[in-house]
Design a protein around this ligand. Structure first.
Ligand code: GA4
Length: 331
């Protein structure tokens, strides 16, 4: 970690990277058109090769997206005191710079929410201003993205010849599904101008523990993914599309045919980045193991048996960048 002379940036990590990501955007990100008849095959290929893809022609109404982005921006523009009224992100609420509870920090503030509106912790969150409007936009957005995630999970099941077709989608559709929703704001960091060839970490590298994550951001860059050879590449932002990440649980359920993607976000010196992430997880009691219909004769699971609740508990005791699945791999 490099500690900078600017006191404001003390304790934050930087990475050596290109200061002008637009000139180094990676053009190999798989783009899947949901309306294309080869979409299913392409999704499988992208999940195997990258654990990541961009989805276009997704059918989620633009007004759901722009409406929620406007509300999120309104929230993040409030004074620090007002934002803190939402309550600490423990487990759900507002967080600033601290990520998780094991000492990770990033140049980010966020609202971490549960997608179940009846969750008691969720009910304790107070959104200043027009809270009813805020929650109604969150619910519309989350329902639309959940449907999209289920459609993609069913295409994955089909493509991998998993039976029944809803073996994966039922987990995020279940009313007890442990699915999170996260609104992130990466404020511009003017102090960055003085760091000639370094970038500030907004959200450190990690894989998502869940099954599948669906990310949408405004037009500010920052998201980077690690390719299979370990090279980090910058993802060109696209406010009209969704980016799908394979999570650790899907890696296990496919017995390693897919692997979860390591990703991170770097802060910008001038522009603010707002992202919304749907983190589709199974019910707490669900067993996470390779799906029987996918296994070839004689194929053994690469992982020990565990439930989502056990994995989650273990994950929440790790640091962001740790390889959380390593504890569950058979030796
Ligand atoms: C990464 C994916 C999701 O954003 C998240 C994160 C969670 C948190 O921010 O509280 C974790 C992180 C994430 C994995 C390891 C633990 C837990 C921070 C952290 C250090 C909400 C999630 O489910 O796992």
């Amino acid at each position: 970690m490099v500690v900078l002379s600017q006191p404001v940036l003390d304790n934050f990590s930087t990475i050596k990277t290109c200061k002008f990501p637009t000139s180094s955007f990676y053009c190999g990100i798989p783009v899947i058109d949901l309306l294309n008849r080869d979409a299913k095959t392409r999704i499988i290929k992208a999940c195997k090769e990258f654990g990541f893809f961009k989805l276009v022609n997704h059918g989620v109404p633009l007004e759901f997206i722009t409406g929620l982005e406007a509300e999120a921006t309104k929230f993040f523009n409030l004074s620090q005191m007002e934002k803190e009224k939402a309550g600490k992100a423990n487990p759900f609420g507002y967080g600033n710079k601290r990520i998780g509870s094991n000492g990770d920090v990033g140049w980010v503030e966020y609202l971490l929410l549960n997608t179940n509106p009846d969750d008691i912790h969720q009910k304790a969150i107070t959104i200043p201003g027009d809270a009813e409007k805020f929650w109604s936009l969150v619910n519309d957005y989350v329902s639309a993205v959940r449907n999209l995630a289920c459609e993609v999970l069913e295409m994955i099941a089909d493509g991998l010849k998993i039976e029944p077709r809803y073996a994966l989608s039922r987990l995020v559709r279940d009313e007890k599904s442990d699915t999170f929703f996260r609104l992130n704001h990466y404020p511009p960091c003017p102090e960055l101008q003085v760091l000639c060839d370094r970038n500030l970490i907004g959200f450190g590298e990690h894989t998502d523990p869940q099954i599948i994550s669906v990310l949408r951001s405004n037009n500010t860059s920052g998201l980077q993914i690690s390719l299979r050879d370990g090279t980090w590449v910058s993802v060109p932002p696209d406010q009209y599309s969704f980016f799908f990440n394979v999570g650790d649980s899907l890696q296990v359920m496919t017995n390693g045919r897919f692997s979860s993607v390591r990703h991170r976000v770097v802060a910008d010196g001038v522009k603010s980045r707002v992202s919304m992430i749907y983190l589709g997880g199974p019910p707490l009691t669900e067993k996470i193991s390779p799906l029987p219909s996918l296994m070839e004769q004689g194929e053994e699971s690469l992982y020990k048996e565990f439930t989502w609740s056990e994995y989650k508990k273990s994950a929440y005791n790790t640091r962001l960048g740790d390889n959380r699945l390593a504890f569950f791999e058979k030796s």
